[in-house]
Design a protein around this ligand. Structure first.
Ligand code: TXA
Ligand code: MG
Length: 296
């Protein structure tokens, strides 16, 4: 694909490009190039203490950057490529820019399952640092149009490969603790390891700021009816102006979540309300993102 070659050229020249993954669109740069990584932080307006996830094409590439123990290898074997990020001790000799890890001695790594991101990893030959491709504290992008609206002129190239399939950011695991709930659910992880949910008190993911996904409008959760001036996003039996999933399918709801929030935020109503979503499976990640979006 010509667009991938163009994107790889921009990466090799120290630039940044927006690229879809199976979760959300990322804003990618060569993780070994500190000037390039600085461009990501600048484009997002992100505080520099917030470390980035590094994407690699496969487990072998990941093992050249971080030290895997038996637990990490078991999780990687089961869930890579896919929406799971592992926090592991970084190898100094891998040459990862310290701006990527924000000075920590650990690194967040994942092998994404998306043809465009995989093609870019191969064509650029670089480990790609890529946070979600939105302005800091704004709603994550699941479509190229969301990236353009949020970052506009700050990004030279957006690889458009349609809406992302999974819709919420990857699950982050450090050791046996879930730092961020995501598409790889606690139930799925527990088929491999006895993991536990991290509490916000002990979150060592500095990016887990409470306001991380805020829309501009007030957001009311657990809504079963629409109040004056609200745009209601339904789920299952709760019909709204829009729905995450009319049939109550949680995977569908996750895939639609950020697009629904983007549309609600861009619309004419003054407030947003969202129907209750069950706290099971990927519903845990959906509710995590909704609570952050509602917090102000
Ligand atoms: O699905 C995803 O993970 C997307 C796509 C683009 O891959 N990326 C993403 O990146 O969500 P970002 O930058 O928005 O979130 C990265 C999270 C932050 O909460 C950050 O604090 C945490 O990963 N993180 C990064 N390095 C870490 C480390 N060494 N220890 C703990 N948390 C870390
Ligand atoms: Mg983000």
């Amino acid at each position: 694909m010509a667009a991938v070659e163009e994107a790889a050229g921009i990466i090799r020249a120290g630039g940044i490009v927006a690229v879809p993954t199976e979760t959300v669109y990322g804003l990618a740069a060569d993780a070994r190039d500190s000037a390039a990584v600085a461009r990501i932080y600048a484009a997002k307006g992100r505080p520099s203490f917030n470390p980035l996830i590094v994407h690699v094409p496969d487990l072998a590439a990941a093992e050249r950057i971080a030290v895997f123990d038996a637990d990490a290898r078991a999780l990687a074997a089961r869930f890579w490529p896919g929406p799971l990020t592992l926090v592991l001790p970084v190898r100094a000799e891998a040459g990862i820019a310290s701006l990527v890890t924000a000075g920590l001695d650990t690194i967040a790594l994942r092998v994404p399952a998306h043809r465009a991101m995989q093609a870019l990893l191969v064509a650029s030959g670089a480990p790609l640092a890529a946070p979600s491709a939105n302005a800091s504290n704004a709603i994550s992008p699941t479509r190229a149009a969301h990236v353009a609206a949020s970052l506009g002129g700050a990004v030279a190239l957006i690889l458009d490969d349609g809406a992302t399939a999974t819709g919420v950011e990857s699950t982050i695991v450090a050791g046996r603790t879930i730092l961020r709930p995501g598409p790889v659910t606690m139930e799925m992880l527990r088929e491999v390891l006895p993991v536990a949910a991290g509490t916000t008190a002990h979150v060592s993911a500095p990016g887990q700021l409470a306001t991380h996904y805020a829309p501009r409008k007030p957001l009311r959760l657990g809504a079963v009816t629409r109040e004056a001036g609200e745009w209601l996003i339904g789920f299952g039996a709760v019909e709204g102006d829009d729905t995450l999933s009319a049939s109550g399918d949680l995977e569908e709801a996750a895939a639609r979540l950020f697009d629904a929030l983007h549309r609600a935020d861009a619309g004419e109503r003054d407030g947003i309300a969202v129907a209750p979503v069950p706290e099971i499976g990927i519903g845990v990640a959906i509710n995590d993102r909704l609570r952050r979006a509602a917090h102000r």
